[in-house]
Design a protein around this ligand. Structure first.
Ligand code: PMP
Length: 427
């Protein structure tokens, strides 16, 4: 395939006329396709039906410590659910509080506690003139929405193939005590699918922040969400590394079963040091008398343990892998060698990131929309929705059927071609 950059203006114009014609043909089909959010497909949700119909109701009444799950009590979770969630995060059960149905909710609460109450006796952030968070970009839009909501100033830190640019992170946290946190998705990052290297995790754990109440928000949302087996997705245990580096209190780790059992109908958990857990419980006990222990036990009965989860996740991978591969094959066959952008093949998680040439992402998303394909808004993976290069597009292949996905991926490629050619001809 000839690279666009090698074409004359006339050739580019000719090519644009051709791809516009193809684009119009797709447009005329009046399709309605959605690749905007990382939702599990209904086939994946069916995998969890055993939670509702294969678990004996009688077996859900009593936890192993004798607690009646149907009644109040057990603020930090039943022991067997702590073990299950600890297994996902590869931490110790005593480092875990099992929470409600959403890890995002738990993260929101942790930021809110920093704001209103302060961590471990430190000044609540709301009393300070300025509070800042580091935001590795591209990242998860809902993380950035939480910090934006609380008026926290967000600073972009570029992602590399090994995780956030640690030179920049180390420098910034050391010199500015207004920096109180960093958002991290350490495994199969949303949206790029980056796996933090051991060096990144060690450097993260060994940070020397100017702020005593600086925290790493370690959102291990895709801890067990492998497409090609667990081996490729191994990361170091951040709690252990922080402890070894003399920073035991510097991290909060989060996870949930939202993309293991039911999205929004699972269980979430936070893992942290003993001191942090005690601090969290002080406000948690005011917030709630306890979370849904019946659901906790239901998850334990259905999944049993980390092995049970791993087996279940292989079934999810069987659904997801062909979808990812279909999109990647389409990108490869339609766009490879054109000089119209780049992408990375993720080993797990829920997304593929396409990076267009500078200044094309918004146009691609708008073109796709006009042809009936909804994509995540360009800019969404950046704080304040602003992609400085207007080049990152998050593709979520999990939800559509294979047939819809094929059409959506093809339309996407045509839109990339149109937008790239328009941009080149404009220059
Ligand atoms: N963190 C990340 C990185 C996610 O991608 C998502 C969901 N897509 C969540 C958290 C939300 O998880 P939950 O449903 O447990 O709130």
């Amino acid at each position: 395939m000839q690279t666009y950059a090698d074409m004359t203006k006339e050739q580019l114009q000719e090519e644009l006329t051709k791809v516009r014609q193809i684009y119009k043909e797709y447009q005329d089909k009046g399709l309605k396709l959605d690749m905007s959010r990382g939702k599990p497909s209904s086939g994946q949700l069916d995998l969890g039906m055993g939670l509702l119909n294969a678990v004996d109701a009688e077996s859900l009444m009593q936890a192993e410590n004798g607690l009646d799950t149907r009644n109040y009590g057990g603020l930090d979770g039943i022991p067997e659910a702590k073990r299950l969630m600890a297994g996902i995060m590869e931490v110790r059960p005593e480092q875990v509080i099992v929470c409600g149905n959403s890890s995002l909710n738990t993260m929101y609460d942790m930021v809110a506690r920093g704001m209103l109450l302060g961590y471990l006796g430190q000044t609540p952030w709301c009393k300070l003139d300025k509070v800042k968070f580091l935001c590795p970009v591209p990242g998860y839009d809902r993380h950035f929405a939480v910090t934006e909501h609380f008026g926290v100033e967000m600073i972009n830190v570029p992602m590399t193939e090994e995780g956030p640019d640690m030179d920049m992170v180390e420098k910034l946290v050391a010199e500015d005590d207004a920096i109180k946190g960093i958002w991290c998705v350490p495994k199969y990052s949303n949206p790029q699918g980056v796996i933090y290297s051991d060096e990144t995790v060690r450097r993260m754990a060994a940070l020397k922040p100017a702020a005593k109440d600086f925290r790493i928000f370690w959102d291990n949302a895709y801890a067990v969400h492998h497409l090609y087996g667990a081996e490729k997705g191994k990361i170091l245990n951040i709690l252990d590394e922080c402890e070894k580096a003399g920073n035991p209190d510097m991290v909060f780790e989060f996870c949930s079963t939202s993309k293991i059992s039911f999205a929004g109908g699972g269980i979430a958990a936070i893992a942290a040091s003993e001191a942090n857990l005690a601090d969290i419980k002080k406000s948690l006990t005011i917030q709630t008398i306890g979370f849904d222990k019946v659901n906790q036990l239901r998850h334990v009965r259905f999944f049993k343990d980390a092995d049970g989860i791993a087996k279940h996740m292989e079934k999810h991978a069987e659904f997801l892998r062909p979808r990812f591969e279909l999109v990647l094959e389409t990108l490869e066959s339609q766009l490879s060698g054109l000089g119209a952008g780049s992408w990375i093949k993720p080993m797990g998680g829920y997304f593929i990131t396409y990076e267009t040439n500078e200044g094309c992402a918004k146009r691609v998303v708008a073109l796709a929309k006009e042809a009936g394909v909804v994509l995540t808004p360009a800019g969404a993976p950046f704080p304040y929705g602003k992609d400085p290069k207007d080049s990152v597009i998050r593709i979520a292949p999990s939800y559509p059927t294979m047939e819809d996905l094929k059409a959506a991926a093809e339309i996407f490629c045509v839109c990339v071609k149109v937008a790239t050619l328009e941009k080149m001809l404009e220059a």
